[in-house]
Design a protein around this ligand. Structure first.
Ligand SMILES: [Zn+2]
Length: 136
């Protein structure tokens, strides 16, 4: 299928989120989404996967689905930013933000262990002090 056909196919579909009736610009998880809902879904999922934002009580990360999502969302974000001519600066910024975030998470996935306790900043603070003051 050529790119033109793919775009034509997408143009006939509407966003599947709630009562949103804007035309879909891409798909994520096989759901047709408009640009704003695509951005929203990417942020939600990336936030859920990012170990830096997770609490200890959270469910363990499913690495397989995390990897699949990261690959899909970064590919789609790149597609959208290259194909769409009417993006605002804010929308472009968000697409770039998602690309960078997904890239970071992808690097984390390839790290031997998914532990981020020792970031550059926190490694200089004694463990007792950082644990007590930040509450995690
Ligand atoms: Zn929508």
């Amino acid at each position: 299928m050529g790119l033109g056909e793919m775009v034509a196919m997408l143009e006939k579909r509407n966003c599947r989120m709630g009562s949103c009736s804007r035309s879909a610009i891409t798909t994520l998880d096989r759901q047709a989404l408009c640009l704003n809902h695509f951005l929203l879904r990417c942020y939600e999922k990336l936030e859920g996967f990012d170990p830096r934002g997770r609490k200890f009580s959270a469910e363990p990360v499913d690495l397989v689905s995390m990897r699949a999502f990261i690959e899909e969302c970064s590919r789609k974000a790149l597609d959208v930013s290259l194909q769409s001519e009417n993006l605002s600066n804010l929308q472009r910024g968000r697409l770039l933000d998602i690309l960078l975030w997904a890239g970071e998470l992808f690097l984390l996935l390839r790290a031997p262990r998914l532990t981020l306790v020792q970031s550059a900043a926190s490694s200089e603070v004694p463990l007792s002090a950082s644990g007590a003051s930040q509450g995690f």
